[in-house]
Design a protein around this ligand. Structure first.
Ligand code: PLP
Length: 401
């Protein structure tokens, strides 16, 4: 019998595999050093503590852990999140907190509840690809705001803000930019937002991964009332547990919870009780110094290797935390076009154009030091340096970035 393909929903038009993603499929090969991924280092997972906490959960709360639970998340974990945010100057009651299956689910729920087709959504250039994908399904009109090492440029932000439905920002150690909102920049942006009927979404999974000093307060902590905060246990504990949260203003929190019910009812009860047990036993807090030290060493190795091996005219961010460095090549070089050659030489990165809503930043790329040890970082950057040097010689018209 022949089968006549039935139509898909129109929005599947926004679900595309990209040539870059297909190429990066190769990055998992054992002969390739991947600076592309950004996966947390497995050495940071508190395996023994998780094993013990699983046993305790099963001994003390087997039925709660294996039963359905509230869509909003278990009460003591919501209380922990509210207290944690309060200590960082963000004041939400536990009933404004929704436990989610990672902050990625939070982004999708925000898209569902806040974005109509054609809504203006402000995002930095560059911005987190997962947010562009999640919001993209709801057919917004993305407005890319130029950003520098201190955050979005205030004039561009102010010009784009009127009529915008939401602004999506990462206040600390951003993916992919490796940047944080500076004090001065935050002081410029907060009053603009306070005067606008626009939601602010602060996606903040890297705040605890600081290397020298804890981060400055973001915009919600500076009193922006329409702020929605997204957090995650993925980077400080383990992403496989798939737990994060949204903390939202009272007008929004119930809508997010209802949208969430329709999506997957709830996050895993077992994972929630487990994470609570790990938080209460101090395993997450105890792991943070070693986690910061490991990533700081790798960040230092990557910055030193860039300094040693990159040709003149290449610039890069110097993150004070998080997992990413953003590299800008001289204009005229195309990081996406060079990726097959980099893979051929055994090194993977993500071309920056993937993170740019305007699709223009062709001379940029994202490197992650998170899951590569220091010796391999140096060798990989030496390879990339030689490749870019060669490409520059072949393109004498390339201009310094
Ligand atoms: C900026 C940002 N937001 C959200 C996420 C999603 O994280 P998760 O769903 O694991 O909490 C990531 C993951 O890389 C990220 O970098």
């Amino acid at each position: 019998m022949t089968w006549h393909a039935a139509p898909l929903a129109g929005r599947t038009e926004f679900l595309r595999s990209s040539a870059i993603r297909d190429l990066l499929g190769l990055a998992g090969r054992s002969d390739i050093v991947s600076l592309a991924g950004g996966l947390p280092a497995t050495e940071t997972f508190p395996v023994e503590a998780v094993r013990e906490a699983c046993a305790r959960v099963l001994a003390t709360r087997p039925h709660d852990a294996l039963q359905y639970g509230p869509s909003e998340g278990i009460a003591p974990l919501r209380e922990w999140v509210a207290a944690h945010l309060g200590a960082r100057g963000m004041h939400f009651d536990p009933d404004q907190v929704l436990i989610t299956s990672g902050s990625q689910q939070g982004l999708d729920l925000i898209g569902k509840v806040l974005i109509d087709a054609g809504s203006a959504v402000l995002v930095e250039r560059p911005s987190y690809l997962g947010a562009l994908q999640a919001f993209g399904l709801y057919a917004p009109r993305f407005v890319g705001i130029d950003a520098d090492a201190e955050g979005p440029l205030p004039l561009a932000f102010a010009a784009a803000l009127p009529g915008a439905r939401l602004a999506y920002l990462q206040p600390h150690f951003s993916n992919p930019g490796g940047c944080s909102l500076s004090d001065t920049r935050a002081a410029h942006l907060a009053p603009l937002l306070a005067a606008a009927p626009t939601w602010l979404v602060e996606d903040d999974p890297y705040a605890e991964i600081w290397f020298e000093t804890p981060p400055q307060p973001g915009l919600i902590a500076r009193g922006v009332a329409q702020g929605v905060h997204l957090g995650s246990f993925s980077k400080v504990l383990a992403p496989g547990l798939r737990l994060g949260w949204i903390a939202a203003p009272r007008e929004l929190a119930p809508k997010l919870a209802q949208a969430r019910q329709a999506a997957d009812l709830q996050s895993s009860s077992f994972a929630q009780w487990l994470v609570l047990e790990l938080l209460r036993g101090g395993a997450v807090e105890r792991g943070l110094p070693a986690l910061r030290q490991l990533y700081r060493g790798r960040r230092d190795a990557l910055l030193a290797a860039l300094q040693a091996h990159m040709p003149a005219g290449v610039r890069w961010s110097r993150p004070g935390g998080g997992l990413f460095v953003w590299v800008t090549l001289p204009h005229g070089l195309d990081a996406a076009a060079l990726l097959p050659q980099a893979l051929g030489r055994g090194v993977a990165y993500v071309p920056g154009v993937s993170f740019d809503v305007r699709g223009e930043a062709r001379n940029t790329l994202r490197l992650s030091y998170s899951s590569v040890d220091e010796a391999r970082i140096d060798a990989a950057i030496a390879t990339l340096g030689a490749l870019f040097e060669h490409a520059l010689r072949a393109a004498p018209e390339a201009r310094a970035a």
